[in-house]
Design a protein around this ligand. Structure first.
Ligand SMILES: [Zn+2]
Length: 423
């Protein structure tokens, strides 16, 4: 890594903009944070799946991000993320993106050749010594068999990440992009000691990883709060942060390597835990959000009333009718109880306020309905199919939509995670 490496700041936030209309409103939230003295690097992320569902191209995300940065005179770094890519899908992202989330989940559990595993174990006698994770009071000792089992489970995934990384480097040049490795879309959480072993392997592959997204315990459903044991999450998050600090020192990984929290939007009950770990370890984090912004578009339209409210109701009705199809690709990351979904007829009778109260993520509001929220979350395809009818109304009500988008990111996400307050 002799070449100058593009570097991701300590605090960064993934923002997703399904229809490419909210980049300024999103950037405005980072500008507000900067006004409070906290620098948060915006990273506009869009996955291949999202591009496919909407029919958009990676270049559109780049153009929208560049335009917002120019319009609001943002002088700090920002990135455009090829989200959850693999060797199969990376190609189309190469011209437009400078941040790559390499998804290796599909390879987890596929065994590497025995010789590769033995060579890895032979190169890493230190992994058989007690591994003390500073600042946590905890230490782990791996037997040779346990180390082999971890290598067996993860080595192939890491090797595949190396391959993707070299493909990107060949196209963009070493150091001209940020590398994230994601392992979140897999069956079981990685333990902190597994994370140390994985990072040792990543260093061995020469991958300049700057963020890593493990799967944490508990449920990270789309657009709604965390479901799980918050105290256990905090302990795990702290151990992961310590595992990263240990691996950075020991394996000379990039000094700014940090955790990335995927499906990170709306996880209000763990934000205080994340904030306290960041302070305790002087660590950074990448908080990845996406669909929460699309939900604010619908909220803004509902709030605007009249024809915009009618369109919001139509989005609900269509999403309700298509719910099996819309939910299928997200089956593992949503929990919708059909009995808790109001009928489209009932929703047709709602006022602006009723619609907004059901959809807006205010846990203290008794009318908030997480089932409606999750259904609309996966329903963006409905709006995509409406084409200019949807986009024209977004434009007509730009200020009210933008206000919701900015406030959601700043007050509900940035403030509790990065500023440690209510915003
Ligand atoms: Zn993810």
């Amino acid at each position: 890594m002799e070449t100058k490496q593009l570097s991701l700041g300590k605090y960064s936030m993934g923002v997703g903009d399904r229809f490419g209309r909210q980049t300024r409103a999103q950037l405005q939230a980072c500008i507000q944070a900067l006004g409070q003295g906290v620098e948060i690097v915006p990273v506009w992320n869009k996955s291949n799946r999202e591009h496919a569902l909407i029919g958009s191209e990676p270049l559109s995300a780049r153009l929208a991000a560049d335009a917002a940065v120019k319009a609001l005179q943002w002088k700090l770094p920002y990135f455009v993320d090829a989200d959850h890519i693999s060797l199969r899908t990376v190609e189309r992202f190469l011209p437009a993106c400078d941040f790559y989330t390499i998804d290796v989940a599909d390879f987890i559990g596929q065994p590497a050749p025995p010789a590769t595993i033995e060579a890895f174990v032979g190169r890493h006698p230190e992994l058989l010594e007690p591994i003390a994770l500073p600042g946590t009071g905890e230490a782990f000792t791996l037997s040779a068999d346990a180390l082999r089992a971890i290598a067996q489970k993860y080595l192939k995934a890491v090797v595949s990440a190396g391959e993707v990384c070299r493909t990107i480097a060949a196209a963009k040049g070493e150091g001209h992009f940020i590398t994230e490795i994601s392992m979140d879309e897999t069956g079981s959480p990685q333990t902190p000691v597994e994370l140390v072993v994985i990072l040792a392997a990543i260093a061995g592959e020469g991958i300049p990883v700057q963020t890593i997204a493990p799967r944490f315990s508990g449920r990270f459903n789309k657009g709604v709060d965390y479901v799980g044991d918050v105290a256990q999450f905090e302990r795990e998050f702290a151990l992961d942060a310590a595992a990263i600090a240990h691996a950075v020192r020991y394996y000379r990984l990039p000094a700014n390597l940090k955790l990335s929290v995927h499906s990170g939007s709306d996880k209000f009950s763990i934000y205080p835990a994340i904030h306290s770990v960041l302070k305790r370890f002087n660590a950074g984090v990448h908080l990845k959000t996406a669909g929460t912004t699309w939900l604010e578009e619908v909220i803004g339209l509902a709030e605007a009333g009249d024809d915009a409210l009618e369109l919001a109701k139509e989005i609900y009705a269509q999403a309700y009718a298509l719910r099996d199809e819309l939910c299928a690709p997200y089956a593992t990351v949503i929990d919708i109880d059909p009995a808790r979904l109001p009928s489209p007829d009932e929703v047709r009778g709602w006022t602006s306020q009723q619609y907004v109260s059901a959809l807006r993520h205010e846990r203290s509001n008794a009318a908030y309905n997480s089932h409606v929220r999750q259904l609309i979350h996966v329903g963006f395809k409905v709006a995509a199919s409406m084409g200019s009818r949807y986009l024209d109304l977004l434009e007509a009500h730009e200020s009210i939509v933008a206000k919701n988008v900015t406030e959601n990111l700043y007050r509900r996400h940035i403030a509790p995670v990065f500023l440690g307050g209510e915003g």
